[in-house]
Every structure is written in structure tokens, then in C-alpha cells.
Design a protein around this ligand. Structure first.
Ligand SMILES: [Zn+2]
Ligand SMILES: [Zn+2]
Length: 393
């Protein structure tokens, strides 16, 4: 999502006072809070609102933002941890701090006593899968291994031993609310010992310490579609961490990483490959074999082909992940200089050179050779001009 101006996010004027900002924030945050709004995009909106408020409600951060824009604030700090992306995940419970601080007086007891507070969607997790270029081009099924939280097998997610009972939380005496005083403000936030439920289990399960879930290595087979590239992500719904107390699991994101290929370079849907050819083939023309994703193909080299010239093989690239368009294969000719020549072969080349120079062996009289080496001629001319320019200056 593109970053929007913080004032715009909260819908307030640039010079808005503290109270106006706070009011705007409360109104928007209540509208988009994930507990109340399950519409797609609401969670993103909520994060955006939180980030904007975290900056604009802090005089120092706000001043830095007014002066320097986003460069003046660290988005990870500003978001109160929301900007951290994956790993940390964005479970319902992560709203805790900022939410408790600002909403203590808004939601107050209603939220504190809410049974929903103990239900917590599992966090999303991310794992990387490495595939080859050929697999990326053709698509592949891969078994992906990852570690995650799953429902505890001993207590089946309840967090309690057999025969355990649910009792009132001893810290908040069953209210689910914690009262804090900070300066002039009296605030309430969900009790951290029972996550606002007001209840505790008297004999917590030993295997999971009452968490109801345990860490486990899992594997899953994923179908990676043809045409994918490094950085593409597949989302597998509900394969992330188990939720708490019957809440839904998070999602698993499989991030694709395509290993560099020995000789193909990828540029979007197109591929590039360097094709070495003998200098005789470059001069005389001929056929060479070029590797493609579907095996070698024969390509005609025209007489007088220069090193570095590029041939395009239509439709020999990668098919778009959405189907339809197919990229091309660009073959760059690299003319190879022969090595380890015998005395006889060298003699042949000297005679050949002589024939290019119109029978002259002296390097000063190479007039006719320019016709055979157009690049050498234009290079020499340019160098001459370069030195003439220096003298003239
Ligand atoms: Zn357990
Ligand atoms: Zn409690």
C-alpha cells in the first residue's frame, strides 16, 4: 500500500490541535478496528490509522514529520511495531499497548470484560522455498518445511490438564480489567494475566504451559505456478500459527526464491544467454547450438557476425504467470579467439593476415585491411580525432 500523508489518513487539517487529532483517530479506529470490521482492507486501514496517530500524537515526532515528512520518522517506531511485517505477525493481541493506552477510556469495561479478548487469531508466518529457473518456468510441486504453533495434543487447545477448572483470574478478580493511573488520566486496559478474559485455568497443561498450543515442525506440499519469480508469495490460508482458544489459524506465506542459473539470466519474462562461437564461424557464417529451456536449438550465424551482437529467439523465454504472454530468449554472441595454436596454424593465420593487408606485412601499410575490420577503422579514426582535439585546444 502506498504511504499516505498522516494528516490525510486521519482526515484532519495540518494545523489541527491535539484534541481534534485524538477525536479523528478514535472515530476512525473504532470504525476499522478488526474486532468490529471484518471487511477486506479494514486491518490495513487500521494499521495505517495507528501509525499516523502514533506520530501526530507525539509532539516531537509530529514536529519531525512536519519538517521532514516520512524521512523524519522511523516507520517501524511510528507503527508501534505494526510496521514490522511478518515474523512478528499481526495477531489481534498485538494491538494491546497502543490500544490499551488510548482506548482505555473509550472501550473501558466493555472491552475489558469481552470474551473475545482471549480469542486470538494465529500469527501469519513466512517461509522461503528455493527453486531452479527451470522449475520457475515450468511450475513445480514442492514440499515446504516450516515450524509453527499447532494445537497442543495433550489438552486439545484448552490449555488445562484433565479435570482442571476455569476460575476467576486472581489478579483482576474476574473483571478482566487492569486500572492504571498516569498523571491526570485514569485508564483501563485488559488484564495482562488473563488477556482480559477474567478467567484462568487452575491446573494449566504441562506440555504447553497453559498456552493451548505447541511449536511443531510441519511440511506442506505447495504447487508453484509456472512463470513465478523471486519475491512472489503464495498464501496458504490457515496454515500459519494456530489461534488461541478456538480462534482461526494465521496464514502461511511461501516466498519464492529462484536460484541463479549457470548461464541463463532472467529479466522479467525474457532470458539472456551468452553464446560463444569460433571466430571462423563468426567470419564465415554457420550453425551453432543454443541452449533453451526446452533443450538445444540450432541457430544460423550470419557471415561477418560481430562479437556482442544479439539474436532474439521469439517465444523462448518464460510464460507469464497469468498465462498468455511468453518472453523471448536473447542470445549474445561472444566470438572466441583461438588459443594453443600450432606453428602451422599460426603460419596459416599470418598468411591470412597478409591477405587482408593486400599482400603487405608491414603494419604501417594496412590500408586495405580496414575494409575487413570496420570497427577497427572507426576506432582508429576516433582516436586520431581525439588527439587532434587535444592539440587544437
Ligand atoms: Zn496443552
Ligand atoms: Zn485477569
Amino acid at each position: 500500500m502506498e504511504k499516505r500523508d498522516y494528516y490525510e489518513v486521519l482526515g484532519v487539517e495540518k494545523g489541527a490541535d491535539e484534541q481534534t487529532i485524538k477525536r479523528a483517530f478514535k472515530r476512525l479506529a473504532m470504525k476499522y478496528h478488526p474486532d468490529r470490521n471484518q471487511e477486506p482492507g479494514a486491518e490495513e486501514k487500521f494499521k495505517e490509522i495507528n501509525e499516523a496517530y502514533a506520530v501526530l500524537s507525539d509532539a516531537q515526532k509530529r514536529a519531525a514529520y512536519d519538517q521532514f515528512g516520512f524521512a523524519g520518522v522511523d516507520p517501524n517506531q511510528a507503527g508501534g511495531g505494526f510496521g514490522g511485517g511478518f515474523g512478528g505477525g499481526f495477531g489481534g493481541g498485538d494491538f494491546g499497548d497502543i490500544f490499551g493506552d488510548i482506548f482505555g477510556d473509550v472501550f473501558g469495561g466493555r472491552r475489558g470484560g469481552s470474551r473475545r479478548a482471549q480469542q486470538q487469531r494465529g500469527a501469519d508466518i513466512e517461509t522461503i522455498v528455493e527453486i531452479t529457473l527451470a522449475e520457475a518456468a515450468k511450475g513445480v510441486k514442492k514440499t515446504v518445511e516450516y515450524s509453527t504453533y499447532v494445537e497442543c495434543p495433550d489438552c486439545h487447545g484448552t490449555g488445562g490438564e484433565a479435570g482442571s477448572k476455569t476460575v476467576d483470574c486472581p489478579y483482576c478478580h474476574g473483571s478482566g480489567v487492569q486500572h492504571i493511573r498516569q498523571g491526570f488520566f485514569a485508564m483501563e486496559q485488559p488484564c495482562p494475566h488473563c488477556q482480559g478474559s477474567g478467567k484462568k485455568i487452575d491446573k494449566p497443561c504441562k506440555k504447553c504451559n497453559g498456552e493451548g498450543r505447541v511449536n511443531k515442525k510441519k511440511s506442506i506440499e505447495v504447487t508453484i505456478p509456472a512463470g513465478c519469480d523471486t519475491g512472489n508469495r503464495l498464501r496458504i490460508s490457515n496454515a500459519g500459527q494456530a489461534g488461541r482458544n478456538g480462534a482461526p489459524a494465521g496464514d502461511l506465506y511461501v516466498v519464492i526464491q529462484v536460484k541463479p542459473h549457470e548461464f541463463f539470466k532472467r529479466d522479467g519474462l525474457n532470458l539472456q544467454v551468452d553464446v560463444p562461437i569460433p571466430f571462423t564461424t563468426a567470419a564465415l557464417g554457420g550453425q551453432v547450438e543454443v541452449p533453451t529451456l526446452d533443450g538445444n536449438v540450432n541457430v544460423t550465424i550470419k557471415e561477418g557476425t560481430q562479437s556482442g551482437s544479439v539474436m532474439r529467439l521469439n517465444g523462448r523465454g518464460i510464460r507469464s504467470i497469468r498465462g498468455g504472454r511468453v518472453g523471448d530468449l536473447y542470445c549474445r554472441v561472444v566470438v572466441e579467439t583461438p588459443v594453443k595454436l600450432s606453428a602451422e596454424q599460426k603460419e596459416i593465420l599470418r598468411n591470412f593476415e597478409k591477405s587482408l593487408n593486400g599482400g603487405e606485412t608491414s603494419s604501417k601499410e594496412k590500408k586495405s585491411s580496414v575494409e575487413h575490420s570496420p570497427k577497427v577503422k572507426s576506432f582508429i579514426d576516433n582516436v586520431k580525432n581525439f588527439f587532434n582535439d587535444i592539440k587544437g585546444a
